[in-house]
Design a protein around this ligand. Structure first.
Ligand code: UD1
Length: 341
């Protein structure tokens, strides 16, 4: 079985990807420093996959520790690199924390395994497009000036990887530009675990519905969109996880060389108000919400062109908004009854 390092493997997207790796016949090795995840997710994963996956608690920004990891786990065929800080607002106030962690982690990892023939998947984001001039946005669209240090770490990391590949390394690299990942595993045993008040829409919706939050504020209804609220391309986290398996499969082909980048979304735009109504319809729960002012830094509308992913990666999202809302809600109820920490 091919071994794949999954950094940030106890996080939201990482944990779902661990499950899909096992389903596809890989052996995931999880690396996580637990800074934004819970060790109990390891037990939850064990329940889903039927065995306890190998796990190293490790901070990737610690260079000697990463060197030691590469000595302990020399025979991996791929790395899926999720581990990074991701709070946009915090990155504006603590840029050095973001640059240090996100860059050092990736560079230490690349250095430690340098010279080996490895397939590397990088977690990028549609944030690199800012507000695109044309929609749906394709991978060849111009990358806009980053709106936050977090966004900048994604842009620069993509450039670092492309430069590294161009220099003639043995690494093959794919960057996946995620749109908005939501939902949870069908078992409701894993899902998103926001620390404190959620910044993202769907965890805020589910926490409001369950009574943890009093009400949801829709950030603006005066945008140039169908109902005035912002448009995003929401993608089920299980579909997103499967895209990582597809990326590994593509790089395993001998004719794949170098570097490539793919949009990972559904190709459909949905407004905030449509999401709210979809949640209400899918779950039967009534949501307490108000319309508030716009959130600073929000783009008006973005959704992805997924033609390249379908053709080259052989991947397409299968699950719709209803499944995203239902599974997110099942997870919220599960976690209310079975608090992890
Ligand atoms: C945000 C980040 C993006 C990052 C992504 C990771 C910003 C500006 N962008 O994307 O860089 O890659 O998270 O998941 O922070 N909304 C409400 N009320 C809420 C929360 C959100 O109306 O309480 C709206 C937002 O205005 C937006 C939509 O819901 O239109 C989605 O918001 P969110 O889940 O925060 O994702 P993004 O802003 O798209």
């Amino acid at each position: 079985m091919a071994k794949i390092l999954v950094t940030g493997g106890l996080g939201f997207i990482g944990s779902h990807t661990v499950v899909e790796l096992v389903n596809a016949g890989y052996e995931p090795i999880i690396i996580d420093n637990l800074s934004n995840s819970d060790i109990k997710i390891l037990d939850q994963l064990t329940k889903i996959i039927g065995y306890k996956p190998k796990f190293h608690k490790l901070d990737l920004s610690d260079e000697p520790a990463v060197k030691k990891l590469a000595e302990m786990e020399p025979d991996v065929s791929g790395i899926i690199h999720f581990a990074a800080y991701k709070a946009v607002g915090e990155s504006v106030h603590k840029p050095l924390k973001y640059y240090r962690n996100n860059f050092f982690s990736m560079l230490n990892l690349l250095d430690a395994y340098y010279g080996k023939a490895l397939n590397f998947v990088f977690s990028s984001s549609c944030t690199v497009y800012g507000q695109p001039d044309e929609l749906p946005v394709t991978e060849s669209a111009q990358v806009k000036e980053a709106q936050s240090p977090y966004g900048n770490t994604k842009q620069i990391a993509e450039e670092v990887l492309e430069d590294m590949v161009a220099s003639g390394t043995n690494y093959k690299v794919i960057s996946l530009r995620y749109f908005n990942p939501v939902g949870a595993h069908e078992t409701a045993l894993i899902g998103e675990l926001p620390i404190g008040v959620p910044q993202n829409l769907v965890p805020f919706i589910t926490q409001t519905a369950i009574g943890k939050r009093e009400k949801l504020t829709v950030f603006g209804d005066d945008y140039d969109t169908a109902d005035g609220s912002c448009v995003r391309d929401y993608i089920h986290v299980v579909d997103l996880a499967k895209a990582h398996v597809a990326a590994l499969r593509l790089m395993e082909k001998p004719d794949f060389t170098g570097y490539d980048v793919f949009n990972i979304g559904t190709g459909q735009g949905t407004t905030v108000l449509q999401i709210i109504h979809a949640f209400e319809n899918a779950t039967g729960e009534k949501l307490n919400y108000i319309i508030g002012p716009r959130r600073e830094g929000d783009v008006e509308k973005v959704w992805g062109d997924v033609t390249k992913s379908a053709h080259k990666l052989g991947w397409r999202a299968q699950l719709g908004i209803d499944e995203m809302m239902q599974s997110a809600w099942e997870w919220e109820k599960y976690i209310a009854e079975n608090p992890l920490s």
